[in-house]
Design a protein around this ligand. Structure first.
Ligand code: CTP
Ligand code: MG
Length: 166
């Protein structure tokens, strides 16, 4: 799951500048995505996720780590792109519900990346999804994701990368 987990912290650390929506508003008069979703964050985040995935593929090809599922260029790309598309879709829905940028939206804030990544895998690489994400792994993801999300956001807040600890 590293290619899906890394894009968010990388986007938080390296993002900024031009927002993806270009400052434009939706029909409801609220921002389409908001200032928290930037072009640089999107590109850097996807690059970060793909980079860690490539490292995983490299390590796997040099060591016999049979208990680790195998990645492909397609699987790591879908995980990284899906994670940030999920994050973007969540921000779109937050704005439609009148939730301000940076304001909490429990559950959605934690699982957006997993939902986005799995939807892309389901469409473009269902074989990998179903052979790799078995029931025990799915349960581990369900438990680990909110824990890692909260943990990294607290660290990001302490380091001054994030404005809020969620
Ligand atoms: N970020 C970015 N580009 C992205 C995603 C994130 O630049 N595509 C950066 C922004 O600086 C953002 C930070 O990462 O503030 C934290 O991301 P997140 O918590 O997802 O954004 P929020 O600011 O909380 O905005 P929202 O309410 O829309 O989730
Ligand atoms: Mg947030």
């Amino acid at each position: 799951m590293l290619p899906a987990y890394l894009p968010n912290p990388v986007a938080a650390a390296l993002g900024g500048g031009k927002p993806i929506d270009g400052g434009r508003c939706w029909r409801d008069g609220r921002r389409i995505f908001g200032d928290g979703k930037t072009v640089r964050g999107l590109i850097a985040g996807i690059a970060g996720g793909v980079a860690i995935g490539l490292l995983q593929i490299l390590v796997h090809s040099h060591a016999e780590i049979v208990w680790l599922p195998e990645h492909t260029l397609v699987s790591i790309t879908l995980l990284a792109v899906g994670a940030l598309l999920g994050d973007l879709a969540k921000s779109f829905l937050k704005r439609r519900r009148g939730v301000e940028r940076g304001e909490k939206w429990p559950v959605a804030d934690q699982f957006d990346l997993v939902i986005g990544a799995f939807i892309l895998l389901l469409i473009f690489d269902p074989g990998w999804l179903f052979s790799t994400i078995t029931i025990p792994i799915a349960i581990a993801i369900l438990i680990l994701t909110p824990v890692l999300h909260r943990g990294t956001n607290i660290i990001g807040y302490i380091l001054g990368i994030k404005d809020v600890p969620w």
